[in-house]
Design a protein around this ligand. Structure first.
Ligand SMILES: [Zn+2]
Length: 247
């Protein structure tokens, strides 16, 4: 990231932080203070330049190794940089375009079933310490943006954070697929109805959503937790998927 300071944005460009929890206000402030270079490629004075916006908008949803999960784009630059800027650096305005990409992956994963029943996007939960450290819950924010984008397209979609961690889990980095499954088994649980207002969500078909799928171990554990609660996931969808080299 170049050290040159960028010109301040007009006040109208600032996300409204009034009446938001402190974490959101802080994340919004970080968004304003960030240099205005493109978060995807570092060029130009826009947080998301036209070229990177085009990559995000034209990536075609592709199935991953999990048959029921589709991703909107490969986890390569600039999509990787955009996800990291949103998740780790509080670039909150990227939630809109990233959420649209996630919405396309939802439609792609469901295929003809996309409009057949009201949908409930269930984000993969962040740990409380991660939410504290980042100042926001990026996956919940992406789920909300995806639901809005699908509603604009005429679908009946809501997003609700139904899942939480039942116990601490080790950092997945560096674990292979089998180790990830062992680390995660039984790690997630569904919030009791009173905590989520689940009554209002009855009859909706759950779709698991996340920013990134790598081995699919987290999504598989989330699917197990939902199924155990009598809410089987109809599909999974992510903004990006890691792509292994051919061969
Ligand atoms: Zn760019």
């Amino acid at each position: 990231m170049p050290p040159t300071p960028s010109p301040a944005r007009p006040p109208s460009a600032r996300p409204s932080s009034a009446r938001r929890p402190l974490g959101h206000a802080l994340a919004g402030l970080l968004d304003v203070l960030l240099p205005a270079d493109c978060a995807g490629c570092g060029s130009e004075r826009a947080q998301l330049c036209p070229a990177c916006r085009h990559v995000l908008a034209t990536s075609r949803p592709a199935p991953t190794r999990l048959p029921w999960t589709h991703a909107a784009a490969p986890y390569t630059d600039p999509v990787r940089q955009l996800l990291l800027a949103h998740k780790e650096r509080g670039a909150l305005r990227l939630a809109g375009p990233l959420g649209e990409a996630l919405g396309r992956a939802v439609r792609s994963a469901l295929g003809a079933r996309a409009g057949a029943a009201p949908l409930l996007l269930v984000p993969m939960p962040s740990t409380r310490s991660a939410v504290r450290a980042r100042g926001h819950d990026p996956t919940l924010r992406l789920a909300g943006a995806a639901a809005r984008s699908l509603r604009r397209a005429g679908l009946d979609v809501r997003a609700a954070p139904l899942l939480r961690h039942a116990r601490p889990v080790a950092d997945q980095t560096g674990l292979n697929a089998a180790e990830r499954r062992r680390n995660l088994h039984g790690a997630l649980t569904v919030l009791p109805p009173a905590r989520t207002g689940r009554a209002g969500l009855a009859g909706r078909h759950p779709v698991l959503v996340d920013d990134l799928v790598t081995t699919g171990a987290s999504l598989a554990e989330a699917a197990r937790a939902l199924a155990d609660a009598g809410l089987p996931a109809r599909a999974g969808a992510t903004v990006a998927a890691t792509v292994r080299p051919a061969g």
